[in-house]
Write a protein that binds this ligand. Structure first.
Ligand code: RBF
Length: 161
């Protein structure tokens, strides 16, 4: 049994005035639309009003970081949720896109001190992607929105630099 109870930072409740941005890739739109739907539904369910959610569509996942960076730097958003689906093909393009995009988004998140939940599905098939976009394996867009809400609330309760 613990003798000393440590202080735990508990995420603050979502502030209904915070704005959220979602950047979504149009490649594999059949799937990314479902991720987008999951993310929006979760934000609305947490009390974030429609007018405070902005969506930017980019051509493919490779374009996610640039759009996310501009939105993050604007200072208008509590979090920028990034959604894309990269399906493995016959070449190694998927590895380049996945690595480049995930590293860049991580960098932007730290530089801008903003949560940028990574909703990049890196899958072997359309079937695997659909399973993660409202199918058997949940909806990763919705999970990203939950991560955004959690991190925004948590950062508010922790000391700043
Ligand atoms: N974008 C995606 O979001 N998902 C993909 O699976 C995907 N596959 C691509 C495969 C190849 C060979 C190329 C050249 C691009 C692919 N893209 C994909 C598009 C990429 O993210 C970007 O939009 C384009 O390369 C234009 O910069």
């Amino acid at each position: 049994m613990l003798v000393v109870v440590p202080t735990e930072f508990k995420p603050a409740e979502p502030n209904s005035k915070d704005r959220y941005a979602i950047v979504v890739a149009q490649w594999n739109q059949l799937v990314t639309d479902k991720l987008l739907d999951g993310a929006i539904t979760t934000l609305l369910g947490a009390g974030i009003s429609e007018g405070l959610i902005n969506v930017a569509r980019v051509p493919g996942s490779w374009e996610l970081p640039l759009a996310a960076q501009q939105l993050a730097r604007s200072g208008r958003y509590a979090a920028v949720i990034c959604l894309g689906v990269v399906i493995r093909g016959e070449t190694t393009h998927d590895e380049h896109i996945n690595r480049g995009v995930s590293l860049a988004l991580g960098q932007i998140s730290l530089e801008c001190e903003l949560p940028l939940p990574l909703g990049l599905l890196t899958v072997n098939s359309l079937e695997q992607a659909l399973a993660r976009a409202g199918g058997d394996v949940g909806n990763k867009g919705s999970e990203c929105a939950e991560a955004a809400l959690h991190m925004v609330g948590l950062l508010k309760t922790m000391p700043e630099a």
